[in-house]
Structure formats: C-alpha cells, structure tokens
Design a protein around this ligand. Structure first.
Ligand code: C2E
Ligand code: CA
Ligand code: CA
Length: 605
C-alpha cells in the first residue's frame, strides 16, 4: 500500500468521528435530512469497517503516533510486531519497544514528521526478548479541525533483509580473511604481513623502540613432504604455526610467507639480547619432536634476523637483510640464528655476482674439465681419471671449484652444470674409444644437491645412451652426507645406477660421520680415503692405523680403496705396503687438460 493510500485512509478514519458528531447534531431536525444523514452514517460505518479490515489485514504494520510517542492506533501486523498480545500492552509508548540508545533518533524522526515532513528510519523493535529489525516510513497526518499533526508510520519487518545483509557481510569478512590469511595455518599471509610490518615500523618511529624481523626456514621440510606425503607436510606446518604463535607475545606478529617460510615481527624491543632470547625460545619450541599423523618427526629451524633501526629503517631492505641472514643461517646448520651484519651483505652481493656470472659461464661454455689420473697398484697402470671442473673466467683466469661449486649448489645451477659435466665426461670417453682406448674409467663428482634432486638415474641413462657410453666406464663419486641423509632413497637410487653398470664410490671418506655398518647397505665399489688422512703417513702413527683399518674393513666388505692426495713416494710406498688398491695425487699426476690425457694414454699403449 503506497503512502498516499495510507494518508487517505487515516484522514477518513479521523473524519468519521467528526462526521458522526455532525450527523446527530440537534440543529438538523428535518426528517428527510435525518434520513440522508442516517444513510450517510451507515455508508461511513461500512466504509470504516472495510478500511479497518483492509488496514488490519495489511502485511505491513501501521501505527499512528503522537509527538510524545504515544501509540494512538495500530493495525494487527503493527500490534504483532510490537508483540501486543495483551490489552495492557497497548498503552505502552513506542519508546518502550526501542532500545534506550535509539530513543533520540526516534524522537528526532517523529519531530520531523509532526512538523510536516516525510521521514524514514531503521531501528529495532525489542519485545518479549525478541528483536525485530524494522524500517519505518512515516508521513504527517493532520487532525481535521485541529492544528495537531500526528505521525502515521508504516513499519516493515526487515529481518530477512537483515539476514541477507548479515550473510553478505560475513561473506565479505571471510573474503577479507582469505585474502589476508594463509588458508592452511590461518596465519597472516604475505600481503597482510607487509601491512602489519609497515605499521610496526611506524609505531616504532613514535615509541623509539626497536623492531626485529625474524625469517624462519624449516630445515628439510621438503624431505618430509616427499617421503611422508603432502598431508603430513601440511599437518607439520600447522603445528609449526601453532608453536610459533604460542611462543611469541601478543604484540608480535607471526606470518607464513610461503611453503615452509615463516616470519615473526617482534615489537617493543629494547635490546638485541631480547631478540636473541626470543629467537632461542622459538628454536627450542620448534625443535621438540612433532607427533603428526602417527609419525614422530624431528625438524629444526634456521633463523635470519634484522633489526630496526640498527640494520635499516626501510621495510623492504629489512626483509632483504633478514633473507641474507637466513641464507647464511641455513649454511651454518640446524637450529642456527644469524643476525644480519654489513659483512654478510657484501658477501651476499659477491654471491649474487658469482651466481649471475655462473649462468653466463654456462651459456658461454667457460667451463672445462681437467682429469687427474688414478693408478692401480695391482695392474701398475693408470686405470681411470677423476674429472675435475675448472672455470676459465674471462677476467680472473682459471678458477678451481672451491670458489664456485658451493654457490652453484645453493643456487641450483649445479643441476644444469652437473648435467654438462656428465655429458662432457661421456663425450671424452667416446673420444678415447674412438682413439682405440676402451680400458679407462672416468669418475665424476656428484653433489648432494644433484643426488637428492631426483631423476638422476634417468638423466644419466639418457646421457649414456646418447653418447654410446657403457655404464662400467663411468664412476660416480658421492659424499657420505649425500648418501646418508635419506638412506632408504639412496639405496634405491644407487641400485638403479648399479643396474646400469655404473660404478659408485664414496668420496672424502673419514670426514663425515658414516660408519661402515651403514655403508654396508649401499652398493659401493670403492672408498676414497680423504687427503687429510694420507697427508700424515707414514710418519703419523695414528693416520697409519686409520688408513690400514679402513683398507682392511673395505676389503672385508668387498670394496676397493683409493687414497687421495698422494704427494710423495713415501706415502705411495706405505699405501702399496698396506694393500691400497688405487692411488691418486700430485705424485701420480696433476689434474690435466684432456689433450694431455690422450697423449699420455696413447704414449703408454
Ligand atoms: P675432490 O673430489 O676431493 O677432488 C680432489 C681435489 O684434490 C681436487 O681439487 C684435486 O685437484 C685435489 N688434489 C688432487 N691431488 C692432490 C694432491 O696430491 N694434493 C693436494 N693438495 N690436492 C690434490 P679441485 O679440483 O680443486 O677440486 C676440489 C673439490 O671440488 C673436489 O674435491 C670436489 O669436491 C669438487 N669438485 C671438483 N670438480 C667437481 C665437479 O665436476 N662436480 C662437483 N660437484 N664437484 C667438483
Ligand atoms: Ca672427488
Ligand atoms: Ca675427495
């Protein structure tokens, strides 16, 4: 029903009384006039009843209210909204149904209407302990024959609209939450972290306190994901998130930036000792074993820290510095907290430069393989060569691997580089075969990163196939740590390589923590005794005993032994005396370019 209809209806009702009074006025005495009035009166009554019925049946609540909020009239729906089940309820003013803090708004609304204006208002009717959100559409109604103006209000129950609105708001809130939080851990995500971190720095500018930015890396998280599956990995991350949140204070922020990368912003910091203390607490909390999906997992974290304002006052720079520190912490091993320093930064810059130079080197073929001979004491001839990489740097000259292999490993360049080394070695073997030399084995150093990267077997098989190299002409040198990090997987990979006929040896033996009993499970052909043990023989009795013992046990286990770094005759003689199988070192021959290998082999044929 539109407002004009309501207006007419009310006017009509108010006018009925006046009309009845007029109809029975003693001044009107004439019989016909009286009849006319009676008819008119009946018509008016009928009209009134009809309007009353319509008025009550309307799905909208109607109220007539005076300026004191007295409810003069209400239709059935209006009464229902007000919860007027009892007669005595009807004497209550409108304010009785409205929360007291909304009274002023209601009064202003009514004042405006009785002053002759139309007005709308949204409020809540509270009755019988139930709240109904309503919309009020009010129009002024003039009482005939008086200058009193009443407020005629159509009252609409908008609970459903409200519910829809609430739903929309909730959906909006949850969208907000999703865009700002990580779905797995519910921690702030990178976007939200950036905003929180900016605010933390702003606050610190005012309070004069420090802010520490901690970047965390969960060590070997990839291993968990790969070996136990993503579900377990996810559970682990959730647990890490919870532990972090429980460890920090209310004023601190924990966020997840990516896979296993978490960050903590510590605010209101007075000294770097405080940061140290908090970082240690975090390390300890994360180092406790995790009980996830019936697995007990042990992991550790590496933490990089930068502090405002000492290290930087710029948020982006602080993030970068914490990264630099974290990268260093990772190389220092588990549970290590590294604070940012200016030296770290310059070292990092150097590394960035080396990294980009390495990529160029790979593209522009600046690498070259040198080959160091291995002498078989039994056969009294050179039976193999170890391929050792050199970098023909355009400015720095020939560089040895110590200055770049680690960076290549950390940056992942080792993978394409390693593939190049393997291919190049096989191509050289092919050249030897083409020169009629087929009794030479070449060994290639395989870094831990290459070994754990996966599909090494397939890559090597493809290279052997492409170059027509028989598997037994190739030997891979692996380090103890690469093999023992994940023994079950190592055994599988090594077996597959062995099936191709490839020989496997363990490099730098004695420098790691492996024991013979653990090595026994691996299909190895050879052990290479580290240079550091060979250096002391034959003068150093301890070294002599160690070397003798290694040779003895290796032979027991059916493996050959190569002594590395043999620099003089005395060492060679001792090693020969204790039944070492192969010698490698400057005394036998220095690493040399391939052309020299060919001429030497051809000469000795
Ligand atoms: P490594 O595998 O232990 O290689 C032997 C190192 O000892 C070589 O150093 C070799 O030049 C050096 N050497 C050989 N005989 C003697 C000796 O009698 N006395 C002394 N003092 N040193 C001797 P290089 O070529 O500088 O290689 C250093 C390390 O770099 C290697 O140690 C190996 O771990 C790594 N590397 C070399 N080439 C490669 C490669 O192609 N791939 C990978 N992943 N690593 C490589
Ligand atoms: Ca080696
Ligand atoms: Ca070695």
């Amino acid at each position: 029903m539109n407002s004009e209809v309501q207006e007419r209806q009310t006017e009509k009702m108010v006018s009925i009384d006046t009309a009845i009074k007029a109809a029975v006025s003693p001044v009107q005495t004439h019989e016909s006039q009286l009849n006319t009035y009676r008819t008119e009166l009946q018509r008016l009554r009928a009209d009134n009843e009809r309007y009353r019925a319509q008025f009550d049946a309307a799905p909208i609540g109607y109220l007539t209210v005076d300026r004191f909020m007295n409810i003069l009239e209400a239709n059935t729906t209006g009464g229902n909204i007000l919860g007027n089940h009892h007669e005595h309820d009807r004497d209550q003013p409108l304010s009785a149904y409205i929360r007291s803090d909304d009274h002023d708004r209601i009064q202003t609304h009514i004042n405006a209407v009785v002053a002759g204006n139309k007005a709308t208002l949204r409020t809540t009717i509270t009755t019988d302990g139930k709240s109904t959100p309503v919309m009020l559409y009010s129009t002024p109604v003039h009482v005939l024959g008086s200058d009193t103006c009443l407020c005629q209000t159509a009252m609409m129950d908008v609970s459903e609209h409200k519910a829809a609105e609430d739903q929309l708001r909730k959906a909006n809130d949850s969208l907000q939450h999703t865009t700002h939080h990580d779905s797995l851990t519910s921690l702030p995500n990178r976007l939200f972290f950036n905003a929180r971190f900016d605010n933390a720095l702003l606050r610190a500018r005012h309070t004069g306190k420090k802010v520490a930015l901690l970047l965390l890396d969960i060590n070997r998280f990839k291993n968990v994901n790969e070996s136990l599956g993503h579900e377990i990995g996810d559970l682990l991350l959730k647990e890490v998130a919870q532990r972090l949140q429980h460890t920090v204070r209310d004023c601190d922020t924990v966020a997840r930036l990516g896979d296993d990368e978490f960050t903590v912003v510590l605010e209101q910091i007075e000294s770097s000792e405080e940061v140290s203390h908090m970082a240690d607490k975090i390390i300890k909390a994360l180092a406790l074993p995790y009980d996830v999906g019936s697995h007990e997992i042990c992991t550790a974290a590496s933490i990089g820290v930068s502090i405002y304002p000492e290290d930087s006052i710029n948020n982006e720079e602080m993030i970068r510095f914490s990264h630099v520190a974290m990268d260093r912490a990772k190389t220092r091993g588990s549970n290590y907290v590294q604070f940012f320093t200016a030296e770290l930064n310059s070292a990092q810059r150097k590394r960035f430069k080396t990294e980009s130079d390495l990529r160029i080197a790979l593209r522009e073929s600046q690498f070259e393989l040198y080959f160091q001979p291995q002498l078989d004491l039994c056969q009294q001839r050179v039976v193999g060569y170890e391929a050792l990489i050199r970098w023909n740097h355009p400015e720095k000259g020939v560089l040895r691997p110590d200055s770049f292999i680690q960076i290549a490993e950390e940056t992942g360049i080792i993978e394409p580089l390693g593939e190049w080394i393997l291919t190049e070695t096989c191509l050289k073997l092919k050249q030897l075969r083409e020169a009629g030399i087929d009794n030479i084995r070449m060994s290639v150093n395989v870094s831990a990163k290459q070994f754990t990267a996966g599909n090494l077997q397939e890559k090597i098989a493809a290279i052997l196939e492409k170059t027509g190299t028989p598997g037994h002409a190739l030997e891979l040198e692996l380090t103890e740590s690469a093999l023992l990090d994940n023994t079950a997987r190592s055994i599988k990979v090594l077996r597959e390589l062995r099936d191709e006929g490839i020989e496997l040896s363990i490099d730098d033996f004695g420098t790691g923590y492996s024991s013979f009993s653990r090595l026994r499970e691996l299909p190895l052909s050879r052990i290479k005794i580290d240079r550091s043990f060979v250096r002391g023989i034959p003068e150093n009795q301890e070294d002599n005993s160690i070397v003798k013992a290694i040779i003895c046990v290796a032979h027991e286990m059916g493996m050959q032994v190569v002594a590395e770094g043999v620099e003089n005759y005395a060492q060679a003689e001792f090693l020969s005396h204790v039944n070492c199988d192969l010698l490698q070192g400057y005394h036998i021959g220095r690493p040399m370019q391939f052309c020299h290998v060919v001429s030497e082999l051809v000469k000795n044929q």
